[in-house]
Write a new protein. Structure first.
Length: 320
């Protein structure tokens, strides 16, 4: 039986910002257990069960049914089938904690770890809700130059540049607001700094978590990254920055600067001050959201087949 861990760590950030790299590194620490895929379900589960002090047997059955329908389980079912596994805890935080440790690498499932956690980028939009469910939780926010983020999003998912930029800004706002209210609960790490000086940045992460530094977190021998230039790279791809300079047109770079100049400056991303800052158009963002939804659905259908692809994408949408 896996005892629920006392502490929880959540790695968050806008997609394509380096959250996978952070998880791959910090989860190598002997005291940290994390699944090697995004759980994605915590905000939905809090909405579904969070008002209950304890979950009864019927609730746990429903919890397991949700888990089995999820995109997360689609990736993990062959390696870690649920079979007859059933969480022993009674509260939602206990059950989620047990689940996360159950799907962690085998050697971490029964060990006496200090932290159990998850890397789901979009948890960035639900920080307060998650902290209320997991008091004392720690959040590591990974931020990356938005010009590289939108470029990577375009390469990986053919996502629209403007909508990817908006999501970066929205994520930054969410992290800023949470940090103002709970400064001791969140640490922001720049992706570029993590690549350039991994020892210093990971030392800061360990200090933030009140964990002793362990050399193993510097020894990245493989990556779970499936997309982009760092996909499958056996180690830190230290040159994976500034790709936008050659790949984005001057006009595209200027547009991004006009949209995000203030926020880019906050994190030290150099750019020329725009003559006229511009705001995002909500009507255009709505149209682009449909465009991106169709594009992502097509990608999953192509990768997984029609029925499996549609079910997978539907689970991603509904179980948020």
């Amino acid at each position: 039986m896996t005892e629920p861990a006392k502490n929880h760590i959540f790695i968050v950030g806008v997609p394509r910002s380096g959250t996978t790299l952070m998880r791959d590194l910090i989860s190598r620490h002997p005291q940290v257990a994390m699944p090697q895929d995004e759980f994605q379900l915590i905000p939905f589960l809090i909405k579904r069960f969070g008002h209950k002090a304890a979950l009864d047997d019927t609730d746990v059955d429903r919890y397991l049914a949700i888990l089995k329908r999820s995109a997360f389980y689609h990736h993990r079912k062959d390696e870690t089938p649920l079979d007859d596994w059933r969480p022993a805890g009674s509260t939602l935080p206990e059950i989620i904690s047990e689940t996360l440790q159950h799907f962690a690498p085998t050697k971490k499932r029964s060990s006496d770890v200090s932290f159990v956690g998850d890397k789901t980028p979009n948890n960035l939009l639900h920080l307060k809700k998650i902290l209320a469910c997991f008091p004392g939780a720690k959040f590591i926010h990974v931020v990356r130059d938005p010009r590289d983020v939108v470029l990577s999003s375009r390469k990986a998912w053919k996502k629209s540049l403007v909508r990817a930029a908006f999501q970066w800004q929205r994520g930054v706002y969410a992290a800023n607001n949470f940090s103002h209210e709970h400064p001791d609960a969140i640490l922001t790490v720049r992706y570029e700094d993590l690549l350039a000086n991994s020892r210093a940045e990971l030392s800061a992460v360990c200090k933030f978590l009140d964990l002793p530094f362990d050399e193993s977190i510097l020894e990245l021998t493989g990556s779970r990254e499936k997309m982009g230039d760092a996909a499958g790279y056996p180690g830190l791809k230290t040159d994976n920055t500034g790709k936008f300079e050659a790949a984005l047109s001057e006009r595209e770079q200027q547009r991004l600067t006009a949209l995000l100049y203030k926020e880019m400056g906050q994190f030290g991303y150099e750019c020329e001050k725009p003559n006229t800052p511009i705001e995002f158009s909500q009507s255009r963002l709505a149209i682009l959201a449909v465009y991106d939804l169709v594009g992502s659905t097509r990608r999953h259908v192509k990768e997984k087949g029609l029925i499996t692809g549609l079910r997978y994408r539907l689970a991603q949408i509904l179980l948020r």
